[in-house]
Design a protein around this ligand. Structure first.
Ligand code: GBH
Length: 505
């Protein structure tokens, strides 16, 4: 009986007629600041997130910090065994810049930081798991923040110095790199809207200054790799962009324009320079027009020179897309309560439908069809580039092990990935669940839990326990890797099997 239920879950990924392609890859993701802990150990420098959690604890809703977090810094071997247990092809993690270069500058490396990442990479490889490494997932060295952070264009040069060292130290073993995780969140959320560190509110100014620097840094890093490392290391470099879907409120031309503008101002602003060669036309025209209206001497958008456009164009071997949710958009309307601050220069207001089921995060409702739509939009907009879904996952407040809601999230969202691949011809190469572990969810502290593994943050040892979703994910992966798994029991204990079956009753 129980066995047959396990098989039903497995079959649900086959019985709609579609399977994941033979060479499709599955992974799980984390980010350094959210999991590592060891914030000041063995020479690590302070990051802007260390700084803000220590100096402005009210910024974090539960008053917590990430001094210990999941303590992955001390748990490499055990964590890699957990990754192996769920059969992932790859592990997406990020490098803490200030762990390797305490002040951000590369003239004085911290040997312990290099050791730590070498050990993690070696352990992964020894267990047949490919590292997918994000160079920057938000934890900017505080010393570079003191130089002005990303709005200062000199940061582009300092980032390239850092990336150069990462290639030198780890490039013989790491073949898949992501320069930046979510430039919109790095830029607008941090320097325009102030909801992420360093929490500056210079709406319409800080975000664009930062976007310019980040794109230059990305382009220069890509070109550096081609010139100096590609031939010997033969790796691939991409960038990850957050891609919510924006649905027009109605079929009217105005609503469609509002939704399209949001896509361009939040996604296109980064992807368009890389795939087409400059900021999207609507972004340039609108920000320039508004800046003139505002009597400014120059546009708030920092224009690229022709040389800079060439530098950035064609600077990604794959496009990372993070997706969680969908918003509905209509022309700007003061009465609409926005769920998250968004760029206003596109003239849209966005909200979510109360009827949609909600996850724990205030910005997060479940809209599986939006996933398919955004994947199709990317396909049409950029001529079907190779996409790796670098994050997708579900938050709850309970951390319950019988996490049926998370399982049904993965079920419904992965079904849309299958539809996008098979019905729409989207070029999707991989899927990454966010997250491997419950972790420090930025301003929401430890309250919102996205993990496949539960972490007990009350226990000094931070023990991990697999949730039901971990086993279901493993089964989905196994079905792709080895069709025979379909008729075998999961290799886990009876306990695990019972957990899986509970969900369907
Ligand atoms: C991703 O960001 C991040 O890459 C990842 O680190 C993060 O853990 C994950 O998603 C889940 O959030 O609602 O004011 O409390 C997605 C964008 C960033 C949106 C954090 C919400 C919190 C702001 N999210 N943000 S707030």
């Amino acid at each position: 009986m129980k066995l047959s239920i396990v098989i039903v879950i497995l079959l649900s990924f086959k019985c709609n007629g579609y399977e994941f392609p033979e060479d499709f890859k599955f992974g799980v993701a984390t980010a350094s600041f959210q999991v590592e802990g060891a914030w000041n150990i063995s020479g690590k420098g302070e990051s802007i997130w260390d700084y803000i959690t220590h100096n402005n604890p009210n910024f974090i809703h539960d008053g917590s910090n990430a001094d210990v977090a999941c303590d992955t810094y001390h748990k490499t071997a055990g964590d890699v065994q957990l990754l192996k247990e769920i059969s992932v092809d790859y592990y997406r993690f990020s490098i803490s810049w200030s762990r390797i270069f305490p002040t951000g500058h590369t003239y004085s490396p911290n040997a312990d930081g290099i050791r730590y990442y070498n050990e993690l990479i070696d352990e992964l490889l020894a267990n047949g798991i490919t590292p997918l490494v994000t160079m920057f997932h938000w934890d900017l060295p505080q010393a570079l923040h003191e130089l002005g952070g990303w709005p200062n264009p000199v940061l582009a040069e300092l980032f390239v110095d850092y990336a150069d060292k990462l290639f030198e130290y780890f490039g013989d073993k790491v073949k898949n790199w992501i320069t930046f995780n979510e430039p919109y969140q790095i830029c607008d959320f941090s320097y325009s809207d102030g909801i992420l560190a360093p929490a500056y509110k210079q709406k319409g100014i800080g975000g664009y200054l930062c976007s310019y620097t980040v794109l230059i840094a990305h382009g220069k890093t890509y070109q550096l790799y081609q010139k100096r490392y590609k031939e010997t290391q033969n790796g691939r470099i991409g960038i990850t962009i957050q891609g919510p879907w924006f649905e027009p409120r109605t079929d009217s031309a105005e609503d469609k324009k509002a939704a399209e503008n949001m896509l361009q101002f939040m996604f296109g602003i980064f992807a368009h320079p890389i795939y087409i060669g400059d900021y999207p036309k609507v972004v340039r025209e609108e920000v320039n027009r508004l800046s003139t209206e505002e009597n400014r001497r120059r546009s708030r958008l920092i224009a690229f020179t022709p040389q800079e456009r060439d530098l950035i164009k064609d600077s990604a071997d794959f496009l990372g897309v993070n997706h969680y949710t969908t918003f509905i958009c209509t022309p700007r309307n003061a009465e609409i309560q926005e769920v998250l601050p968004m760029n206003t220069d596109g003239g849209a207001s966005c909200y979510q439908d109360d009827e949609w089921a909600a996850a724990a995060s205030r910005w997060f409702r479940l809209v599986p069809w939006g996933f398919r739509k955004v994947l199709n939009w990317v396909k049409e907009e950029y001529n079907n580039p190779e996409v790796i879904i670098t994050e997708n996952g579900y938050s709850d407040l309970t951390g319950e092990l019988r996490d049926c809601d998370r399982i049904s999230y993965y079920n419904s969202y992965l079904t849309e990935v299958l539809n996008a691949i098979h019905e729409d011809g989207c070029n999707i190469a991989g899927y990454t669940a966010w997250s491997f572990l419950d972790n420090f969810e930025w301003v929401n502290g430890y309250r919102e839990k996205f993990g496949l593994y539960y972490v007990d943050f009350e226990d000094d040892d931070r023990p991990r326990t697999a949730k039901m979703s971990a086993y279901v994910y493993k089964n989905i992966i196994s079905l792709t890797q080895d069709k025979l798994t379909l008729i075998t029991r999961p290799r886990d204990s009876n306990g695990a099997e019972q957990l899986v079956s509970f969900c369907l009753y």
